[in-house]
Design a protein around this ligand. Structure first.
Ligand SMILES: [Fe+2]
Length: 266
């Protein structure tokens, strides 16, 4: 594998904003507001040209038993309408790319299609909607984005992996060249003729969400990003002793390959 990012002169920055979970009573409005204000006034934000949202855009409905007790917005279309309002605050020099996750209103089986046309129509026309997983070519860089549901199966099946270290699970995906190699467990897989979960093209940048952690790392020249969340600890996470790391935004300079994290948690 040789996917090191040799400098290519692009001055564009890509930001990663995962697991917003709009509609949940644990969504973090103050932190989100802080991020929106930063986008308007910080000089660094002027260089952000792309914002990838790798899934769990909204909290959804009927995702797990008793979810209705943890929802502020109990209608999934109203959740997307709220998200559509929220993203209007993002400056228009930033191209937004939205991908579904296991909480979104598309089929659960992977590969997941992009959000339905009726939902897309609720958003401004400059937003791009993609399926999960997806490859993107951005400023000459190959970006592989995957929500990360299979992290549950990777962590369960490979000793040494845990929810606190999702970048290790991402390394295992790259080693196996497969995003979701286990059939019949937590990750629902659609029986397609072609296996869309194979990592057949080695990416420059590999991003996931799902576990609500935040981290950046590198594996054989590939930039690894786990893109945080905008939700505080849920009842489910508390029961499973999972501690989220919300309100952080990993960024990458697409020209130089430099990565960093902006923190909006306090
Ligand atoms: Fe999530």
């Amino acid at each position: 594998m040789n996917s090191a990012m040799t400098p290519n002169g692009s001055g564009a920055v890509m930001a990663f904003v995962s697991d917003i979970h709009v509609g949940s009573d644990t969504f973090l409005p103050e932190e989100w507001k802080r991020f929106m204000e930063w986008l308007r006034k910080d000089p660094v934000a002027k260089d952000i040209r792309y914002m990838m949202m790798p899934g769990d855009l909204v909290d959804g409905i009927g995702i797990y038993p008793g979810q209705e007790d943890e929802l502020l917005i109990e209608d999934v279309f109203a959740q997307y309408a709220e998200l559509a309002e929220m993203v209007k605050a993002i400056p228009d020099w930033i191209k937004i790319i939205m991908m579904p996750g296991n909480h979104d209103a598309v089929r659960l089986a992977e590969p997941q299609p992009a959000l339905a046309k009726e939902v897309q129509a609720m958003f401004d026309s400059n937003i791009m909607f993609v399926g999960n997983p997806c490859y993107l070519d951005v400023e000459g860089r190959v970006v592989l984005a995957y929500h990360g549901r299979s992290m549950d199966d990777y962590i369960k099946n490979i000793s040494g992996l845990d929810y606190a270290h999702p970048l290790e699970a991402m390394r295992e995906m790259l080693r196996r060249r497969h995003l979701a190699p286990v059939y019949g467990e937590r990750t629902a897989l659609a029986p397609e003729k072609k296996d869309y979960l194979v990592i057949d093209q080695v990416p420059n940048i590999f991003v996931t969400g799902h576990v609500h952690k935040c981290g950046i790392a590198e594996y054989r020249g590939i930039k690894l990003i786990n893109a945080s969340a905008w939700q505080s600890q849920t009842e489910f996470q508390r029961m499973h002793n999972q501690v989220p790391d919300p309100a952080k935004v990993p960024m990458i300079d697409l020209g130089s390959g430099e990565m960093w994290v902006e923190d909006f948690s306090h």
